[in-house]
Design a protein. Structure first.
Length: 267
């Protein structure tokens, strides 16, 4: 059965996956280990000023930026990589990655589905972060009141509903936001991630009863159940894909009719 539009077969995961994150689109697989002869990657080592912290990343040649913080504190889109974002802390830029298949949403300042993030970065963009436009307070304007929840500036705090979060701005005032459907807020990563990356955020619906050795949709759009001798086993689609019950394979979200239930933290 062919993969859905915009996806191709991923030999590593043995399922359909996004074209842009699947290796060997134009290369060749070698031997049984699934090694690939194309594309070629260069390894760049970046050292931050934090004592003892060295981050080594492997990225396509020419995609690395030496970013400079436009403000001492803030969260910014990476100028060239939609899948990365920059956390500026005391004028030190820390480049962080979104989970595979997600883009950084500059408005919500969290990782999000590409269709919602609206990222326009790319290799043709320069490496400068945009300087925020300073806001000029109106005469006699009320000074924002810091929230007791916010003990930091330009940071995130988890909400009671683990599909949501609070954003604390530069005045330590809070605003409530919801992760996009299919994503949950990870308090340790301070961003929205796939549900299987934060299992503490759970749903209570029981798995289906297996009547055959076949596939069933799960309550999570990005997962499905594979029946193994009458026992349902939850499987995850690769980065950003939804389970398509009609196709019996993982597919692009826009081609799947699926909505996510509200999730709550385990207590």
């Amino acid at each position: 059965m062919p993969c859905g539009k915009g996806t191709i077969w991923d030999q590593r995961l043995l399922t359909c996956n996004h074209e842009d994150i699947t290796p060997c689109v134009t290369g060749n697989y070698e031997d049984s280990d699934g090694s690939c002869t194309f594309p070629t990657f260069t390894t760049t080592t970046t050292t931050t000023r934090s004592p003892g912290t060295v981050s080594t990343t492997t990225t396509p040649s020419g995609s690395v930026c030496d970013v400079t913080c436009p403000t001492p504190v803030g969260l910014f889109s990476h100028p060239r990589e939609c899948t990365e974002w920059v956390h500026c802390d005391h004028n030190i830029p820390y480049v962080k990655d979104c989970p595979a298949g997600l883009h950084f949403n500059a408005q919500l300042k969290v990782c999000d589905w590409p269709a919602s993030a609206g990222c326009t970065s790319g290799p043709d963009h320069n490496c400068e972060l945009p300087t925020p436009i300073p806001t000029i307070p109106e005469p006699n304007a009320t000074v924002p009141t810091p929230s007791p929840l916010c003990d930091c500036e330009c940071c995130h705090k988890p909400a009671e509903d683990c599909t949501a979060f609070y954003y604390c701005d530069e005045h330590q005032s809070q605003s409530y936001h919801q992760c996009s459907d299919g994503l949950v807020f990870h308090p340790d990563l301070s961003t929205c991630v796939y549900a299987n990356m934060y299992p503490e955020c759970v749903v209570t619906e029981p798995p289906p009863v297996c009547l055959c050795n076949c596939f069933y949709p799960s309550e999570i759009c990005t997962s499905f159940y594979r029946c193994d001798d009458g026992t349902p086993v939850m499987m995850d689609c690769p980065g950003g894909l939804y389970w398509n019950q009609d196709m019996k394979s993982c597919d692009l979200p826009e081609l799947v009719n699926c909505t996510m239930p509200v999730r709550h933290h385990l207590h």
